[in-house]
Design a binder for this molecule. Structure first.
Ligand SMILES: C[S@@+](CC[C@H](N)C(=O)[O-])C[C@H]1O[C@@H](n2cnc3c(N)ncnc32)[C@H](O)[C@@H]1O
Length: 455
């Protein structure tokens, strides 16, 4: 039986969490700032949830401009993706290539009366960004399908499904349709010991069609969300700079900064988890960037005020003396509020206290006249504007300056920043208010950038 498909539903949010978010985002200040009435809140909030569940339209790719030209990389990508996608240079970030996703149009849900395949949340979100389905992601396969069948794939967004199920009653679970594919592995994946690996469904008709470039062209391309690329634009690294990246793994921003430095200078890239440092080092090695030194270290302890000031070299180990770095990046761990696609939200792990520990160290480690960039992949004002205001209130020698990126929207009023300060910071991502979005490059994940200097 065939049925017409609708778009993805808005992200599902628990009632309490929705109320919490509305209080956080729609204050008397932000409503006034965006010319909104209280009666508009429900409409703009639903629009926000609709954007959250949808992946950004562009896949953005950082290219190794030190190894090969962007034109050559584009030609390689076109060949690899069989000329199916529009691929072009970014007009605003010299190291970025844009690949436009296609809105898929699966013509029918196969055998609508039975839900065929259910995948867990993380797998489902990866499918919306172009992945196929691998065996560990599958929660349920109905008895009526065999290997080689075309199957419809659904995501269990609330995580209520038990692994190995055969029957799913649609009214008991929140299922989101992801598209159709060809079944490569059957119910045997649930049998025996341990979790089976391997390709289980090749997604032939996904609702969002994006090429999966994982593990391809590792020395020349690195997938990174667009606003993340604007961080290196803001930091403005120059050849010869000595830079500290306090939260560096998996490494996109450190790598981007090294490209901008033409591989000349020093980037100390710290991360606290060894497994993440290993991934960071692998990415740095793939791009053949010798100017990045990766170190496992807790950055909240990265300044030692008793250490005598010494010139930083590739061999210098943390903690470092005060005023050691020309530029510092604090791309802090965050709640990820505004991450896309996101079909379900139930809580916010606000990290503003933790983020302040990195900022405190960065303020000390920055040279006079240097630049410090603070970024999060969150739209939460407590992690963004309020932290910026906290820095400005605590250290009079730290000055907020224009973030220096041409895109994004102003910060929010009402969280400690005045009008001139909200114009200096940049917010990106799903529109929460009735803001205008000037072009499709603004259709991004949630993100925030602020830039400081030290007097
Ligand atoms: C938002 S991610 C950084 C992304 C990275 N800048 C990039 O561009 O790929 C935050 C990182 O901070 C790291 N982190 C968390 N606490 C830390 C700490 N105390 N010291 C150093 N790194 C930490 C996490 O392991 C995580 O890799």
């Amino acid at each position: 039986m065939a049925s017409k498909l609708s778009l993805l539903p808005p992200a599902k949010v628990t009632h309490d969490f929705a109320e919490y978010l509305k209080k956080l985002l729609y204050t008397q200040h932000t409503l006034k700032q965006h010319n909104l009435e209280e009666s508009n809140i429900s409409e703009v909030f639903t629009h926000f949830l609709q954007q959250l569940s949808t992946p950004p339209i562009h896949t953005t790719i950082l290219t190794n401009t030190l190894l090969t030209s962007r034109d050559y990389t584009i030609a390689q990508l076109q060949k690899l993706t069989k000329y199916e996608y529009s691929i072009e240079l970014s007009p605003s970030v010299p190291e970025c290539i844009l690949m436009k996703s296609q809105i898929g149009n699966p013509t029918q849900i196969h055998c609508e009366s039975t839900v065929h395949i259910v995948v867990e949340y993380k797998c489902g979100m990866a499918v919306l960004r172009g992945a196929d389905v691998y065996a560990p992601g599958i929660m349920a396969i109905s008895n009526v399908v065999n290997i080689g069948n075309i199957v419809s794939v659904f995501c269990d967004v609330e995580g209520k499904c038990t692994r190995g199920m055969t029957q799913i009653q649609k009214d008991k679970f929140t299922l989101v349709f992801l598209g159709n594919g060809v079944l490569k592995m059957g119910r045997e994946i649930f049998k025996g010991e341990g979790v089976k690996k391997g390709l289980a469904i090749e997604m032939t008709e996904p609702i969002y069609k994006t090429p999966s470039l994982n593990n391809l062209m590792l020395d020349t391309i690195y997938l990174q969300n667009f606003p993340s690329m604007l961080v290196a634009e803001s930091l403005a690294p120059k050849p010869g700079n000595v830079i500290l990246d306090m939260c560096a793994a998996p490494g996109g921003k450190a790598i981007h900064s090294a490209l901008k430095m033409l591989g000349k200078g020093i980037i100390i890239a710290l991360d606290c988890k060894q497994s993440r440092v290993d991934v960071l080092q692998a990415n740095v090695s793939n791009f053949q960037l010798n100017c990045i030194k990766t170190i496992k270290f807790d950055s909240t302890k990265s300044c030692d005020i008793k250490k005598p000031v010494l010139e930083i070299t590739m061999d210098s180990l943390p903690p470092y003396p005060p005023e050691s770095f020309d530029k510092i990046l604090v791309d802090a761990p965050c709640s990820g509020l505004g991450h896309r696609p996101q079909c379900f939200m139930s809580e916010l792990k606000s990290c503003n206290e933790y983020q302040r520990q990195f900022l405190s160290q960065a303020v000390r480690l920055l040279k006079i006249g240097g630049y410090m960039v603070y970024s999060t992949c969150s739209i939460n004002p407590l992690e963004n504007e309020e932290n910026v205001a906290w820095v400005l209130g605590k250290w009079p020698e730290i000055i907020l300056i224009d973030a220096g990126v041409i895109m994004g929207r102003n910060g929010l009023l009402g969280y400690g920043l005045d009008q001139s300060s909200v114009e200096k910071v940049r917010r990106f991502g799903p529109t929460i208010y009735n803001e205008s979005v000037s072009n499709s490059m603004e259709d991004t994940i949630g993100f925030f950038i602020a830039k400081f200097t030290k007097l």
